[in-house]
Design a protein around this ligand. Sequence first.
Ligand code: DC
Length: 226
Amino acid sequence: MKNIAIAIDGPAAAGKSTVAKIVANDLGFTYIDTGAMYRAFTWIVMEKGLDPENEEASCSIIPEVTISLEEDGRVICNGHDVTKAIREPRVSSNVSYIASYPKIRLALVDMQRAMAKSKSVVMDGRDIGTYVLPDAEVKIFQIASVECRAKRRYEENVSKGIPTSYEDVVADVEKRDYIDSHRAFAPLKPAADSVELDTSPMSIMEVVRAIEEIVKQKTGLEVACR
Ligand code: DC
């Protein structure tokens, strides 16, 4: 069977990773969380005592950084299990700087394309349908209101024991939306051939069903829709 790629893009905290994981599992595809790669890079920059707002310093470590997304969902960066650390607010509030540096993006995009080459994938991020996998068979642009996204992210942080205030989450989401959509290289924007889904009024499973229906229509794949 030909490899199939499903690209799910959208702003921060729109619930992309939650639904992408379920859709990948239902289809038997590999889930690739590209945001985790930018987060891991941010973590290692800070771990080395460098300033993520300093482009030259951040890019200088590209040759020494290894990032691996494990089958079990763990994220390994230079031999460290950073799965939990990359979700901390200090990483969230700096990752958009790192993601705006073209040299770092090019290095991570190479890895992302290599991962999608040999298998069927559900990949989520900001530029998957526009830049990383422009030939993806299915492209979803998943959006939701700022309030709705901040509420979801705040509740997720609370459930994971990550200390944050709701106001800080709103400020972080707004700041990241701005930087992600205004950067010069591969900014956040819908691909011309993407299907936009506003998930504000939808439950996770409603979003999953909607995406699986689109996959069925676009690829002819028989997904056992729930
Ligand atoms: O999806 P996330 O919140 O984990 O992503 C973290 C940051 O990484 C986000 O603010 C923007 C950036 N990112 C990106 O620029 N391109 C991607 N393909 C994925 C994430």
